[in-house]
Design a binder for this molecule. Structure first.
Ligand SMILES: [Zn+2]
Length: 278
């Protein structure tokens, strides 16, 4: 199998987002907007898995409408996202980097995708869904979908980005994997496991891609860089720091497991577009 790491734009966020301290959306929502002025620019990744059973896209990055000229455009961003979220993310999508633009250069049309897996429903992971809505299936965990009703997600996960598309829910089942010991076996052969790591959101799915003992783990936003799990630095953006810490402990165990080819986070500033053979 091949795993393609795709850069689908950037976000310029408060440095508390990757490195803490915890941002309390109810008590101090202003913290999202980096009141001290300190922001960091992070990539927004999606992944393409070339699997024998079909092409799997994991997450979708930003959409072209959010950054029409390929630069940060506050007015355009505020048309796609609620204004506070647009100001939080400062999204940018350089020319040619939207997910469908990149797939097109690889000779892949959205209809060629067996499925799109949404690791969770935050905008930087689902905004590009409009470009790949014709994929065979679009999947999100039942828990993510259900808990989207939780009040805090009113601020985080606007329905306009995904609700009108044919998103199917998958149900986690008992598994030895993950902190919740819940996972979904995408193809029924344990080669792609969607593993619940709650903390950043309730239903977040990390993605384990494996062939025998060799594997790669996509942490989604359960970690923001290797620093997160190596130094156990809990990202500031999440609904439950205690669960986030447990997720980091599990990711560290996986990173130290024999056969680990890569552990990749969606917003690692040191990451680079590449292809990993599993
Ligand atoms: Zn994210």
């Amino acid at each position: 199998m091949k795993l393609h790491v795709l850069f689908c734009g950037t976000m310029q966020v408060s440095e508390a987002v990757p490195n803490g301290p915890h941002i309390d959306l109810f008590r101090s929502p202003g913290a999202l907007l980096a009141p001290g002025g300190k922001r960091v620019t992070l990539p927004v990744c999606a992944y393409l898995i070339e699997h024998p059973r079909g092409l799997v896209l994991v997450d979708t990055g930003w959409c072209r409408d959010i950054s029409p000229a390929g630069v940060y455009d506050a007015r355009a961003a505020a048309k796609v996202l609620p204004a506070p979220l647009a100001a939080f993310y400062r999204p940018c999508l350089p020319a040619g980097m939207a997910v469908h633009e990149q797939l097109g250069r690889m000779g892949i049309s959205p209809r060629d995708l067996a499925c799109v897996v949404l690791t969770h429903l935050d905008p930087d992971h689902v905004a590009g869904l409009r470009h790949v809505k014709d994929a065979g299936r679009i999947l999100v965990s039942e828990d993510e979908y259900y808990w989207n009703a939780r009040t805090v997600y009113r601020y985080r996960q606007p329905w306009s980005l995904w609700m009108e598309y044919p998103v199917q829910r998958f149900y986690y089942k008992g598994s030895p994997l993950g902190t919740n010991r819940w996972a979904y076996d995408l193809f029924g052969d344990e080669s792609v496991m969607l593993i619940n790591l709650p903390g950043h959101t309730d239903g977040l799915a990390a993605v384990l891609v494996r062939d025998g003992k060799r594997f790669a783990l996509l942490t989604s936003d359960a970690a923001f860089s290797p620093r997160s799990w190596q130094e156990q630095i809990v990202p500031g953006f999440g609904y439950d720091p205690g669960l986030q810490r447990r997720a980091l402990q599990w990711i560290r165990e996986m990173a130290e497991t024999e056969g680990c080819a890569a552990v990749l986070s969606s917003h690692d500033p040191a990451a680079a577009p590449c292809v990993i053979e599993i």
